[in-house]
Design a protein around this ligand. Structure first.
Ligand SMILES: NC(=O)c1ccc[n+]([C@@H]2O[C@H](COP(=O)([O-])OP(=O)(O)OC[C@H]3O[C@@H](n4cnc5c(N)ncnc54)[C@H](OP(=O)(O)O)[C@@H]3O)[C@@H](O)[C@H]2O)c1
Length: 223
């Protein structure tokens, strides 16, 4: 019997990372919860346990999480992604999978603006900075933190995934299956992230126009 891959969140203390962690521990999946600060990681782990008393969650600094995980979810603010990878580059396990959910959005005067990147997307920007031995998948970019946090309500939506290799996509799809209520939809190569990240901007716009917080997507017509 092989051990289950260890799952860690880099920046698991934020709204999105904590929401992903909540859905995972609620489904009985153990997580390592990372932060730049051990204290913030412990506080976030405590908040998970208050919602899911049986939560299997281990708080740690991001560097420890990176060195200990087979699957990592990068859930930091986009502005901090490059520095986080640079600081911990040597700690990634060869053969590990990084799942990127960052979206390059800046808020100016309360309005969201897509931050244009030379590489085309946040995922490709991150690919260019990751060690070659680490596979990169994209998931969860269009899943709102608000919906993740509402644990009593099914997510009931699609999650668009892409990745830099077929194997990365297969592993990312497998990861998405751990979260009940998400259907993983394979969008192909990593440059699909250019579309997916802009879809998040659309979801933010819809939330504002319709005065809601949980706008997300479902594709019809797929087998
Ligand atoms: N919110 C959503 O609905 C949503 C939906 C889809 C995708 N996303 C993406 O998810 C990511 C996180 O968003 P969020 O809403 O969860 O933001 P957030 O609540 O501000 O949390 C992000 C976490 O990132 C870490 N962080 C912040 N600045 C950093 C820096 N300079 N360097 C390293 N780490 C830093 C912080 O962790 P520590 O201070 O504990 O280290 C913080 O808890 C973003 O890339 C966002 O685009 C969000």
């Amino acid at each position: 019997m092989t051990d289950s891959p260890r799952i860690g969140l880099i920046g698991g203390t934020g709204r999105e990372g904590l929401g992903v962690a909540l859905r995972l521990v609620h489904a009985g999946v153990p997580v390592l919860l990372g932060s730049r600060s051990q204290d913030r990681a412990e506080a976030a782990a405590g908040s998970l346990r208050s919602r899911v008393p049986a939560a299997r969650v281990e708080p740690a600094e991001n560097g420890v999480v990176i060195a200990s995980s087979d699957i990592l979810v990068l859930s930091v603010q986009f502005a901090g992604a490059e520095a986080t990878i640079a600081e911990h580059r040597h700690r990634f396990r060869p053969g590990s999978l990084l799942i990127d959910l960052t979206v390059p959005v800046a808020f100016e005067g309360g309005r969201p603006r897509f931050v244009e990147l030379a590489e085309g997307s946040s995922a490709e920007h991150i690919r260019a900075r990751l060690p070659e031995s680490v596979a990169l998948g994209v998931a969860l970019k269009t899943i709102p933190a608000h919906a993740l946090a509402a644990i009593d309500r099914p997510l009931d939506c699609d999650d668009f995934i892409c990745g830099d290799t077929e194997d990365a996509r297969a592993r990312t799809l497998e990861f998405v299956r751990l979260i009940p209520g998400l259907r993983g939809v394979d969008c192909g190569a990593l440059d699909a992230a250019r579309v997916l990240e802009r879809m998040t901007l659309l979801a933010i716009t819809l939330n504002r126009r319709y005065k809601t917080q949980g706008a997300r997507f479902r594709v019809v017509g797929l087998p």
